[in-house]
Design a protein. Sequence first.
Lengths: 683, 100
Amino acid sequence: MIALIPLFPFLGFLINAVAGRRLPKRVSGGLACAAMIAAFGASIAATWTMLGEPGPVRAVEQVLYTWIAVGDLQIPLAFRVDPLGSVMILVVTGIGSLIHIYSTAYMHEETDAEYARYFSYLNLFAAFMLVLVLGTTFPVLFVGWEGVGLCSYLLIGFWYRKRSATDAGKKAFVVNRIGDFAFLLGMLLLWTAFGTLDFQEIAGQVAPMPPEAGFGVIAVATLLLFIGATGKSAQIPLYTWLPDAMEGPTPVSALIHAATMVTAGVYMIGRNAELFAHAPDTLLIVAIVGAATALMAGTIGLVQNDIKRVLAYSTVSQLGYMFLAMGMGAYAAGIFHLYTHAFFKALLFLGSGAVIHALAGEQDIRHMGGLKRELPVTYWTFVVGAVAIAGVPPLAGFFSKDEILWRTFAAGHWVLWTVASVTALLTALYMFRLVFLTFHGARRAPAAPPAHGHLHDAPAAMAVALIVLAAGSVVAGFVGVPAALGGGNRIEHYLEPSFTAHGAPAPEGEADSAEAHLRQGYGGQAFAQGSGGEALTHADAAGHGDDHVAVERTLMLVSTVVALVGIGLAWFFFIRRPGAADAVAARAAPLHRLLLNKYWVDELYDAAIVHPIRRLSERVLWRQVDAGLIDGAVNGAGAIVAGGSAVLRRLQTGSVRAYAASLLLGAVAIAGYFVWRFAQVGG
Amino acid sequence: MITLNHYLVLSAVLFTIGTAGVFLRRNFITVLLSVEIMLNAVNLTFIAAARQFATVDGQIIVLFVVTVAAAEAAVGLALVIALFRHRETLNPGAFTSLKW
């Protein structure tokens, strides 16, 4: 039954890919949506079955067949739904379905063939993502991992007649490949170290070991896996493809940024939590990279003028949060943020798509403004998304982001906590800059008249997706209300079994799985203040919780204030004193230029990596190796044959008698040879 | 007493005459005749050997050779007629255009 989940979208892909150009849009689009909704239904059914399993380790597994069998290496093609997997498949298929439905309206101006091509890619994307999150072994995950990379290339470069779109597609593919290479190396290293590539078996073998001090094999392997994750999930140093991915159709951006693809890296770390927990150095690097990415992308997002680009940097920034959580060992918090982020980021992207749709392709927020009245549905849903991502209680973003901040603080990493809090401020600021510039104030310079004479709000299919996602952005966080606010943080308890090794000896007995999880999952005294932090995180269990609850509540208050201050700043700069932002930008011109040019990272990569490789390729590989060596060898072979035949063709005289003479001579020579042989043997 | 050797010597002489004819005559028809002499020289060897070893194998092969020779003569003469119509000559040295 689990196999049906990726199978539905894959079938949708096959049908649309083969017959799509002859199908009307209603059929091809409807088929794709039906495939996704069917997968969503199957996901719910699978989750339901999984919940019916006896605890504490609840999982449903389906082995299809042995995919690879070479010596000791046995890789079954097997799918498993466990708590972590169930969250992922529900997000992928649920949000994915909404994006499909939205796309039926958004892509309506394409021709039938293009429309079908679009939906076939979209379905394939979802299918690969589902394989990625359902696979029980690294190779199966890797199939999905590469598959989503391929689909991102296809979809980002969907409008392939546009040069910038194909360039962006290539960039996404190449940058991802760099990460994938490291991922592959990490996988091979794990195979040599553990002799298996099954997630559970690796976790089981790792669990009894002490956390690795220094850089041993686990640290190196996890670091390589993490480099793979930085490519897929757009972290420093491989994040540059994601902002460029905005060249694709907007629903694709939503799909890549919210439901699929970029969450793969976070998921991968969560899936191998036990392994990463035994490499505290790697975890610290993960946390630092995550925090640095969050801050860097947040600052860039502050000054960008393309509506989708701001959201892209916002995604990079939020992914940084998730990695920060993973690095802190707060895997559940990271996945929780992934889940809430999927709602509001999909909502924001689809909202921006509705704006772009209404303005016939205009993406520059400097040319927008005052759209509030004309696009009420888009406006209100967009505001809900912005409030959610800014972290204002009680919307979804608040709970997940606050959980990450709290866990960072509790682990004693106050530098990272400060960075993350500043990023929270930036998040609120740039999101509301976007809201105010796009929807409020007066309309600035209508660049092109809208397609249908006047502005029109999102059509029904788009509005439905927006409203459902807005509702989700409001309520999705309630599954993770922390204990300090009287909630049970249910999602954390739900996810916890996925982060530990199943069947590993639990020293305290089965009863207190949280305790065992702490010991195994967080790597003991991995962090300097680890023991204090652990006690803090499970304050109630530790028994002396009141102080910590007070601290946690204070921190919540702080982050709420931070979010509101961010919104207030945005209001001040872009509503109250519209000129003030420009004045600040002029005052800090070098800084503004630095941010506007995205820290010149693209230029740096161009100069440091792309240009040297191109020069090497052109001067040495092309002119010397290819034109000289390889062409020389090929042409030389031809020249030898030509020269040889110039001599040999003289033998062909055309005279029958000469041929007969050579025949006779040959026959005499053979006969002579046998006579001579006979004489030898006889004599 | 005529022994096997007599037949073999006669056969060798006939074969040599035929070969010389193939190479030396300047008319395709006589070249064809020379080829027939060569074939019959070989036939003689087969018959003599069959007689000597008291088997019929040689005679059977000779029957085949005669059949093939008949076919060859038919095809060869047809070619000769076609060549003559084309060039008004039957000198083998005149037909050397099939080359590089």
